[in-house]
Design a protein around this ligand. Sequence first.
Ligand code: PFF
Length: 459
Amino acid sequence: MSSNEIIDSSQGSPRGRAHWSSRVGFVLAAAGSAIGLGNIWKFPYITGEFGGGAFVIVYLGCVLLLGLPLMVAELMVGRRAQTNPVGAFQVLHKPGSLWQTAGWLGVASGFIILSFYSVIAGWAIAYVFKSLAGFTGTAEQIQGQFVALVTNPVQSIFWHTLFMALTIAIVAGGIKNGIERWSKILMPSLFILLTGLMFYGLFGTSGGWQAVSFLFNPDFSKLTATGFLSALGHAFFTLSLGMGAMITYGSYMERGANIVKDAITISILDTVIALMAGIAIFSLVFHYGMEPGQSVGLIFKTLPVLFKETGRWISVPFFVLLTFAALTSAISLLEVVVSYFVDRLGWKRVKATITMGTVTYLIGILSAVVSWQVSFRGQQQGFLNIFDYLTTNYMLPIGGVLTCLFVAWVMKEKDVQEEFGSTGLAYKGLRILLGYVTPLAVLMVLLHGLELLPFVSYE
Ligand code: PFF
């Protein structure tokens, strides 16, 4: 089969392929994919764990030097190939190319990440209702509500079902009428809610400036090698890189748009939202004299205790925005999987979405029932942790590094230049970053995941 046949035999052929209706629509959808639980749940708690400002600086450096080039690379691959991640590597190299492994990894990661992402997002919806009811009782009782929720399989599965149903409904609507339309509604709403919460944190509490100083005042003595590498891994996760999400969204782009400009806009939006969430959350934490390093429980255990004091008008918008952020990311995870079944197997979008959404939903039940544990890396662990560990530490970095190497060394130079739009200094810089810097940095993350880095202590 020639590469052209691969394109033409698919239902999503370039000619018949859906495209974003506008640049704003694409940027909002891609920023929607990037901005998610990673920004509002994960970024604040890992920043807290690794001591604040110094971690933030390293994270910003990783976004700029590693994340941004990889996002440009993924968008270029997608737009050039005009097909799903598995097909893209074949179209741009040759049929049966081994590089398609990167695409396969992406589709597999889409299934796995979405399966547990939906469980956590389900808890966010549950907390919208808990906030509406109001948090009462002692700190232990309020924190106990979270334990009660996650250890009750019926409740956890119920919220997971609801979240997955919403995700399926949006993706089934298609690119323009589903993903783009909802991103245009949810993203500005998220921004307005978060702006309100940030200003409340800055000016309505006594912890505002302490929060800003915690995030921006670096204390490098607190930054460990693990913190450094976590910043790197998180930069990939938060920008939705390494699993073909940006390849998929890029495949719905028209020629002509400036990929570099759009990637910069998306990365800036993602970073700004994470920092705004950090300010909003840490203002409250400092106002009530709590410690910033609260680990995973920061949002679902610590914040509700503080929300008891602030009242519903802060807690309800917070969990609504968390749900919106999760939803626009979840749709991109499902879209990666759906695009493969639509393009390659010729399935109708609605059939592909419902079938694959349901399969992912069923895998998610493994994560929703926390008492189901297996032995993993010498410990009994739940599936949510195992899936998160495997995707963040292995699958995304490997997928990312393969894409970098592909664009730098395998893809036709003419194709890369045309997609990039120039051959000047910026282009040369991109090639160096993709060909050497990013792969080396990612290799470090991988070795760190395997606990094999010589200069880090893994006791
Ligand atoms: N970027 C999302 C977040 O920060 O929550 C997570 C994510 C979405 C990762 C889509 C990967 C992906 F393809």
